[in-house]
Design a protein around this ligand. Structure first.
Ligand SMILES: [Fe+2]
Ligand SMILES: [Fe+2]
Length: 422
C-alpha cells in the first residue's frame, strides 16, 4: 500500500489537517498516517494538551475513514523526534509499497536540507510540499503574544515565514496544489481561551474531547456531571431511531428545556439531554414497548393499555437506562412522565413537560403562552409556569374531547392546591 506521513503537533487537530491529508490521496497514496509529535523539534513545550490528549483528539477525528490513520511512535519514543527516525520506524512496521510520502508545509520546506539526517530523509521519502496557511503579520503578533503569555514560544517565527520558492529548492519533490484553509492550531487555542467561536473549526471527535477535558479554556465552562460524548451519542441514537420530523421536535424540546434550565438555575446540559431523548421510543411498536417495560420489571398501566402510544414515555426511560446506562434519576423521570405528568415531579421533569408541549413546531399553542415560555417573567416560578402549561394542555384536550389520564387530573388538582396555598 502507498503510504504518506503527516507529522505535527496537532494541538489541536483541525479541519485544515484533515483537508490536507485527504488532498494527498489523489497523488496515488492510499493511506495517510498522522504522526503526532511528542515534542516537535520546532515547537517546544506545546501548550494546552498533553500527548495523550492530542493522540486521542486525532483518533477521534477520523472515525470510519480508512484512508486515514494515526501512529503514536513519536509519542512512545518521547523526547524530541526526528523525521528520519520516524520514517525508519514506520517503514519497518507498515511495509509500504515504494517510498513513503512525507508531507511538509511550504513554510518548513525551505529549511528541509538543514534537517537532521536530511540525506536519509531524501532517500527514504518522496517529499510532498503542501501549501500552508501563513497568517498575516498582525495575526502573528497576536499569536506570539498569546504563546508568550502561556509560557511557550514557537521556534518558528511565522512573521518571517515566506511562501515556498520553488526555484530555491533544488531537491526532488512534488508540489501539492491543496486548498488552503486559513486556520491554525494556535488560532484555535486562542479562540477557545478567549471564548470566541471555534467549535466548527475542529472535527466533531476532537471537539468532544476539548469540551470534556476542558482543554485550552482559560476559564473552563461550569462543570456538569454529563460527559459531552454521552450527549452526542444519545443525539445520534435518537436521530437513528425516530423520524426526521420527530427528531426536529426532540431537538426543539432539547433547546427550550436547556433555555428553561438556565432561566431556573438548573444544569442546561441535563435539560438538553432529557429533551433530546424524551421521545426516543416514539417509533417503536406496541409489542416492542410492552416488551421493554416487562423485561425491566415494569407494569403496563391502565391508561397504557387503553392508549398504547403513551407507553413510549415509560419505555423510553427504561430503554435509555438499559441500553445506554443512563442512571441520572432526574433525566429518567423527565422521560418517564413527559406525556401525562406525575403527582410528584422534579424540576427537570416539569421543564421537559413544558418544553414538549410548547416547542416551536407544536401546533395550536396560544401565542401568549409561547411568548411566556421564551420570556419567562422574572417573578414567575417554575411551578407557576408549569401550572399554566398544564392547564393549557388539559383545556386543549377537553376542547377536543380527548381522554385525560387520572394521573394528569390528579397532578392538575395538586398543582391547583399548591398555587392556591401560596
Ligand atoms: Fe412523547
Ligand atoms: Fe415529545
Amino acid at each position: 500500500m502507498k503510504l504518506a506521513i503527516l507529522g505535527g503537533s496537532f494541538n489541536p487537530p483541525h479541519i485544515g489537517h484533515l483537508a490536507l491529508a485527504s488532498a494527498v490521496i489523489p497523488l496515488g497514496y492510499e493511506r495517510v498516517i498522522f504522526v503526532p509529535a511528542f515534542e516537535s523539534p520546532f515547537k517546544q513545550g506545546a501548550v494546552g494538551a498533553n500527548p495523550r490528549d492530542r493522540l486521542d483528539m486525532l483518533a477521534a477525528s477520523i472515525p470510519t475513514d480508512t484512508r486515514l490513520t494515526v501512529d503514536d511512535s513519536e509519542i512512545r519514543r518521547e523526547g524530541v523526534s526526528y523525521t528520519a527516525d520516524t520514517l525508519n520506524d514506520i517503514a519497518r512496521r507498515y511495509y509500504p509499497d515504494g517510498k513513503l510520502g512525507l508531507i511538509i508545509g511550504e513554510d518548513l520546506a525551505q529549511d528541509l536540507p538543514k534537517w537532521h539526517k536530511y540525506e536519509e530523509i531524501r532517500q527514504k521519502a518522496e517529499i510532498i510540499i503542501a501549501r500552508r496557511f501563513i497568517p498575516s503579520l498582525d495575526e502573528n503578533i497576536k499569536l506570539e503574544k498569546y504563546e508568550e503569555n502561556n509560557g511557550t514560544k514557537d521556534k518558528i517565527s511565522y512573521s518571517s515565514a515566506t511562501k515556498f520558492n520553488v526555484d530555491k529548492f533544488q531537491y526532488p519533490h512534488r508540489i501539492l496544489e491543496n486548498a488552503v484553509i486559513p486556520i491554525s492550531s494556535a488560532m484555535i487555542r486562542e479562540k477557545i481561551a478567549k471564548n470566541e467561536p471555534w467549535k466548527y473549526l475542529v472535527p466533531q471527535g476532537a471537539r468532544v474531547i476539548i469540551e470534556e477535558r476542558g482543554l485550552y479554556f482559560q476559564f473552563p465552562p461550569p462543570g456538569s456531571q454529563l460527559p459531552s460524548s454521552l450527549i452526542y451519542r444519545m443525539e445520534d441514537a435518537t436521530r437513528f431511531l425516530v423520524s426526521p420530523s420527530r427528531f426536529l421536535h426532540s431537538r426543539n424540546v432539547a433547546l427550550l428545556a436547556a433555555d428553561l434550565c438556565i432561566r431556573f438555575g438548573l444544569d442546561s446540559r441535563r435539560g438538553y439531554l432529557a429533551g433530546i431523548v424524551h421521545d426516543i421510543c416514539k417509533s417503536f411498536s406496541t409489542e416492542e414497548l410492552t416488551d421493554i417495560i416487562k423485561r425491566n420489571g415494569g407494569k403496563i398501566s391502565k391508561m397504557g393499555k387503553k392508549k398504547p402510544a403513551l407507553l413510549h414515555a415509560p419505555a423510553g426511560a427504561l430503554f435509555i437506562r438499559e441500553k445506554f446506562d443512563i442512571q441520572d434519576e432526574d433525566i429518567l423521570e423527565s422521560v418517564r412522565v413527559h406525556t401525562i405528568g406525575a403527582k410528584h415531579m422534579g424540576q427537570l421533569a416539569k421543564i421537559v413537560f413544558i418544553a414538549d408541549k410548547i416547542e416551536v413546531t407544536r401546533p395550536s399553542v396560544r401565542p401568549v403562552i409561547r411568548e411566556m415560555c421564551q420570556h419567562v417573567p422574572l417573578d414567575m416560578s417554575l411551578d407557576e409556569l408549569f401550572s399554566l402549561i398544564l392547564n393549557e394542555t388539559v383545556d386543549f384536550m377537553r376542547s377536543r374531547n380527548m381522554d385525560i389520564s387520572q394521573e394528569t387530573l390528579r397532578l392538575l388538582d395538586a398543582m391547583q392546591r399548591k398555587t392556591d396555598s401560596n
